[in-house]
Design a protein around this ligand. Structure first.
Ligand code: PLP
Length: 443
């Protein structure tokens, strides 16, 4: 049986696919069946260059032998052990290895299983912290328009994407407000790296502080660079300003680094890249090279200590998941750290970023290209929408690229690129050469 036959025998009806046009997909499926390094293979036996690191997550490239071996060894030795009132060494080892890369004194690691869970955990930690220090009235959470923080009720409440919120709008968390988003076409189009315009938008936090009173605000959560909303690069000075204002008003600053974590910008976290240290960092995806579901929150020691040492005898924080620190996920995380460190992958991303920038900006004169933005190994190309059909043009480019053997991502009419950090110059040329062809063909 060849791979195409193998694919076509699969019954597609039962799996209700996430964030997918199910009807369209099931009419014309796109199936991946194996992966190695920079490439997937499709069920019709084609090599597919991975321009998105899976879903912004396979930062070290696919099926790294060291990680595969570590997971195999762990599953044979012990497939599961609880971490509620019990422990197993790999979870502690994984936390220690993760904490070696987190900035400042964010050295306490709380495990979850996804970015969404990491976000909800971080929001709870922020509320628990203020309560533990006697400011339990600080319950308000501030997110940002166009923010994506996963799909839990906490995450969509602080998130700022209308379609993700609409159906649940009556049941979102009550005390939430939003900063304005930072993208401005007129001021920022075709910026290379961080746009010069827009730092003042952080001052909107002053407005929210005046409106609600600082004594009611627990935390601000932002993606340092917004990925899922279409690659929105923070203006120069913006994150620094947010940090200053949070400090001024005793508000915790949470960076959601589910995408920017683990080398995407050429430093372990965006926090180090921008030189701004938040109080909490959420991560998932690249934490173990997406090998086994894992999310985590890195927490400032003082925030952790306030909750843990301030508690009465007994369990200090009533929160956790059956699979927090799952042995397979932990083993994969330790092995992923080995690979990241041994291959110096974060530095590699930094070194490759100027070439990536040069090549992606080479597409600016193609038809329908409205804007190109980039930072580190993340890029976005915004296309002009077809009349009355938002998202159709970028989706068409995405499908054409897949047919031509390149995996990219589209959200609305924005194409997003985030290749594994092992990408080389020839693969960057191939990626954007194919994208250029596909854009021309949709003219
Ligand atoms: C910034 C950010 N936060 C949270 C999430 C949610 O992660 P997950 O899909 O693992 O729940 C994502 C996913 O892309 C993300 O980009």
């Amino acid at each position: 049986m060849n791979m195409r036959e193998a694919g076509s025998t699969v019954d597609l009806s039962a799996f209700w696919m996430p964030f997918t046009n199910n009807r369209q997909f099931k009419e014309t499926p796109r199936m991946l069946v194996s992966a190695k390094g920079m490439y997937y293979r499709s069920d019709d036996d084609r090599e597919i260059l991975d321009g998105t690191a899976g879903l912004w997550c396979v930062n070290a490239g696919h099926c790294r032998q060291e990680i595969v071996d570590a997971v195999k060894a762990q599953v044979e030795q012990m497939e599961f052990a609880p971490t509620f009132q019990m422990g197993h060494p790999k979870a502690f080892e994984a936390a220690t290895r993760i904490a070696a890369h987190t900035p400042g004194d964010l050295k306490k690691i709380f495990f979850a299983n996804s970015g969404s869970e990491a976000v909800d955990s971080a929001l709870k930690i922020a509320l628990a912290y203020h309560r533990a220090r006697g400011e339990g009235q600080r319950t308000r959470l501030i997110g940002r328009e166009r923010g994506y923080h996963g799909v839990g009720f906490g995450g969509i409440s602080v998130g700022g994407l209308g379609p993700n919120r609409k159906a649940y709008s009556g049941q979102l968390l009550p005390s939430v407000d939003h900063l304005p988003q930072t993208y401005n076409f007129k001021e920022q189009a075709f910026s290379k790296g961080q746009p010069a315009w827009g730092a003042h938008l952080a001052d909107e936090l002053e407005r929210l502080v005046t409106l609600h009173d600082p004594s009611t605000i627990a935390a601000v959560i932002v993606e340092p660079l917004a990925g899922s909303a279409g690659v929105l690069v923070p203006p120069q000075g913006y994150l620094q300003r947010l940090r200053e204002l949070c400090d001024k008003y005793g508000i915790l600053l949470i960076f959601d680094e589910v995408i920017t974590g683990w080398g995407r910008l050429g430093a372990p976290f965006a926090a180090q890249f921008f030189g701004v240290t938040p109080d909490l960092i959420t991560m998932a995806k690249g934490t173990n090279n997406a090998t086994v579901p894992m999310g985590a929150v890195a927490v400032k020691n003082s925030v952790h200590d306030t909750i843990v040492e301030g508690a009465a005898a007994g369990i200090e924080f009533f929160h956790g998941y059956t699979y927090s620190g799952h042995p397979l996920a932990a083993a994969a995380a330790v092995a992923a750290m080995d690979v990241y460190e041994k291959d110096n992958l974060f530095d590699r991303a930094a070194k490759m970023a100027p070439y990536f920038e040069k090549v992606i900006h080479g597409l600016r004169d193609l038809p329908h290209v409205l804007d190109i933005r980039n930072l580190g190994l993340v890029g976005g190309i915004e296309l002009k929408s077809r009349d009355g059909k938002p998202g159709a043009r970028a989706y068409e480019v995405f499908v054409k690229c897949f047919q031509k053997g390149v995996l990219i991502r589209s959200t609305a009419d924005i194409l997003a690129f985030s290749p594994p950090l092992i990408v080389n110059e020839a693969q960057i040329d191939h990626l954007f050469g194919t994208v250029a062809e596909a854009i021309r063909e949709t003219a």
